[in-house]
Design a protein around this ligand. Structure first.
Ligand SMILES: Cc1ncc(COP(=O)(O)O)c(C=O)c1O
Length: 397
């Protein structure tokens, strides 16, 4: 067998979204692109903002010498300073370029963070439902995933969390705004979480990092303000990207930020730099670092996603689905009308050509995830199928 057992296990775990994707391609061939309604993949439909394109043009027209060469592994100092300035404005925490490392997307940032902090057997707590790649981000670096269940509002079960924290806990990984639920953690929730982490740090004489995976931090609705983990815990590590806020996921540009008051700050930053190199990234894409330097305060029009969120949420509610209103990101996570989410998703696919992802892909049964970062037309066309199946299972009379 050429593929290792470890990789085979990882491929099996992550196979749901890929399977839906492949089945979707096959269905589109069979029935025609316009007759398959793919709400399974978080690939944003929006084009990047005009400022992004203007920066590409400016740099192409006025290149500087060595623009396509290597730079320091951490990334261009000017880019890191621009990121730090924006992050300081957003969080009120005073950051400098010495707290920032540019990364290959949020996924690259997470891998660098976990490679830097984990020894074999160290534990990382993740909340259920989780983003499917979290297992990879942690197990790639010999960490052990410790899932903690949430309540029906997708907030952690505090009793379980308290019991799961132990002296091997190296980090708690959070994702807000959340994929798949759309939940945004409130200042109260973060205060409670970080108070608990500090209590446990004291009890075990350890550092427990709050690792925040936040590629959706700017996609947030109803005037909510994003509370940054940096404001709540000095042992916090931020990993994010411009994949979603500039709608450029294929360009692979993001960053890691470390709280300036973190213990062993300089050693940690050196660790991030080292791990960026040894993981084979070497540095974040040079051209994209330059492109995003001057547009740190630019974001795609979030109100367009909010309108799509409202359309999706209002229709699902009208059809009788049990569903929480997403506060951010571009996913919605209703309850299936039957317990078997896999059977439900298959039926929706086979009979109504609507592609979604079963809850099992996120570690929880009985739910399904839909994306709304798609065209209005696609959203509208997928409603009749969702409605018919809601009627069949008695949600809508
Ligand atoms: C929760 C979450 N984390 C990380 C990522 C990876 O983001 P990036 O494309 O910036 O690597 C995604 C992408 O969809 C995501 O949904």
């Amino acid at each position: 067998m050429s593929v290792s057992e470890r990789t085979k296990k990882g491929m099996e775990l992550g196979s749901w979204i890929r399977r839906m994707f492949e089945e979707g391609i096959a269905m589109k061939k069979q029935f025609g692109e316009e007759n398959v309604y793919d709400l399974s993949l978080g690939n944003p439909v929006m084009e990047p903002p005009p400022e992004f394109k203007a920066e590409i043009k400016r740099l192409a027209d006025h290149p500087f010498k060595g623009m396509h060469g290597y730079m320091v592994n951490a990334g261009y100092p000017e880019t890191r300073a621009a990121v730090a300035k924006q992050l300081t404005k957003e969080t009120g925490i005073n950051l400098s370029e010495n707290d920032i490392i540019m990364s290959v997307g949020a996924a690259g940032a997470m891998n660098v963070a976990f490679k830097t902090i984990l020894d074999p057997g160290d534990e990382v707590i993740v909340f259920v439902p989780w983003f499917v790649d979290y297992f990879n981000y942690i197990e790639n670096h010999d960490g052990v995933v410790r899932p903690v269940d949430c309540d029906e509002n997708f907030l952690p079960r505090w009793d379980i969390l308290e019991k799961t924290l132990n002296k091997r806990t190296r980090a708690v990984l959070i994702n807000s705004p959340n994929n798949p639920t759309g939940v945004v953690y409130s200042p109260e929730m973060l205060t409670k979480l970080c108070d608990l982490l500090r209590k446990k740090e004291k009890e075990y004489s350890t550092q427990i990092f709050l690792v925040s995976d936040e590629p959706y931090k700017k996609i947030i609705y109803d005037g909510l303000k994003y509370p940054s983990p940096l404001q709540f815990h000095k042992h916090s590590i931020i990993g994010t990207s411009h994949s979603k806020d500039l709608s450029i996921p294929g360009e692979r540009i993001g960053y890691l930020a470390l709280h300036p008051d973190c213990e062993d700050h300089d050693a940690m930053m050196k660790g991030f730099v080292f791990c960026t190199r040894v993981l084979g990234f070497i540095n974040a894409p040079a051209f994209m670092q330059n492109v995003v330097t001057k547009i740190q305060d630019v974001t795609i029009p979030v109100e367009d996603y909010q309108r799509k969120r409202d359309f999706m949420y209002n229709n699902l509610k009208r059809m009788g689905y049990t569903v929480n209103k997403p506060q951010g990101a571009f996913y919605i996570f209703p309850k299936c009308p039957i317990a078997d989410d896999i059977a439900f998703v298959h039926e929706l696919q086979k009979d109504h050509h609507v592609l979604t992802v079963p809850g099992v892909a996120f570690g929880i049964r009985g739910y399904f995830r839909l994306v709304y970062c798609v065209t209005d037309e696609l959203l509208e066309k997928s409603m009749p199928g969702l409605e018919k199946i809601a009627r069949k299972y008695g949600l809508l009379k």
